[in-house]
Design a protein around this ligand. Structure first.
Ligand SMILES: CC(C)(COP(=O)(O)OP(=O)(O)OC[C@H]1O[C@@H](n2cnc3c(N)ncnc32)[C@H](O)[C@@H]1OP(=O)(O)O)[C@@H](O)C(=O)NCCC(=O)NCCS
Length: 243
């Protein structure tokens, strides 16, 4: 998983710009926009409760108020924090894939780069390894869960052919847009390369769209790729993986 990945400052600058663009016309205080419309709380390793009173979050906001350069303050704060852990409730990890238990009878797939030496994790030359990761993951699910669960995914990655080619067609056929995921990596992940640097062309596109924003109702359209969610029974994956 990507838990040891250090994200570049530009990734945080994008999120600050977004929070400011949300706050200015809406009258929503910047402190709320930072909490509700960025991934900062998670990146600071504070979990997913998004508690505005969390002492570490309060410390961050206090520094924002005093800072000459809010981008510099935010990035220094991030670097000084322990690495954010894996997504909540992870049961097991197999290469680039892991899964978590959701509610009864449902599991959630997660993806993060685990390739050593800078290899492209979704490149065609790594496709067999990714399929082997998934086969190992579903082997574990089959061995350890009494009844086959339903499998849920949600990510910007489902827009990419390089990702889609790893999944059963029946699962992909259920994919639809999930709105409002402004606090989460399945939306913000589209801006980063596997080494944590920002993907310049995507960031440029985002900032252009942000500059043209006229209504907060179309905030989601600032993001070049939407979050797509898909869901299917594990049996379809067992068949697809040949297990
Ligand atoms: C997922 C992640 C490892 C992909 O990194 P990467 O360096 O782009 O990986 P790859 O080189 O394997 O890219 C896969 C392909 O998608 C394309 N691609 C990547 N990001 C893209 C984007 N934002 N828009 C369009 N295409 C994109 C790449 O060009 C590449 O295609 P190609 O093989 O035809 O050149 C990286 O974005 C990341 O670590 N993100 C943060 C974590 C995350 O988003 N996880 C998923 C959350 S659910």
């Amino acid at each position: 998983m990507t838990s040891s990945l250090v994200y570049a400052r530009a990734f945080f600058d994008l999120q600050l710009q977004f929070a400011k663009a949300v706050s200015a016309p809406s009258g929503l205080p910047l402190t709320r926009a930072l909490l509700e419309y960025t991934n900062l709380y998670v990146r600071f390793g504070l979990g997913h409760a998004f508690d505005p009173a969390h002492p570490v979050w309060q410390e961050y906001l206090a520094g924002m108020g005093d800072a000459n350069d809010t981008g510099e303050w935010t990035y220094r704060f991030y670097l000084a924090r322990p690495q954010a852990g894996a997504p909540p409730g992870i049961v097991a990890t197999f290469g680039c894939f892991s899964y978590a238990l959701l509610s009864e009878g449902r599991i959630r797939l997660h993806f993060g780069n685990a390739e050593p030496d800078g290899h492209s994790p979704l490149g065609i030359e790594r496709r067999d390894r990714r399929l082997a990761d998934l086969a190992a993951l579903f082997g574990h699910v089959k061995r350890t869960m009494q009844a086959p669960p339903r499998v849920v995914g949600a990510s910007w990655l489902y827009n990419l052919e390089a990702y889609r080619r790893l999944f059963p067609k029946s699962y992909l056929a259920t994919a639809h847009v999930l709105h409002g995921r402004f606090q989460h990596m399945p939306l913000w992940g589209q801006f980063v390369n596997r080494d944590g640097t920002v993907r310049e062309s995507v960031a440029r596109d985002f900032l252009e769209r942000l500059g043209r924003l006229t209504s907060l109702e179309s905030l989601g359209e600032c993001f070049p790729l939407p979050v797509l969610t898909a869901e299917a029974p594990a049996r379809e994956f067992y068949e697809f993986c040949g297990i």
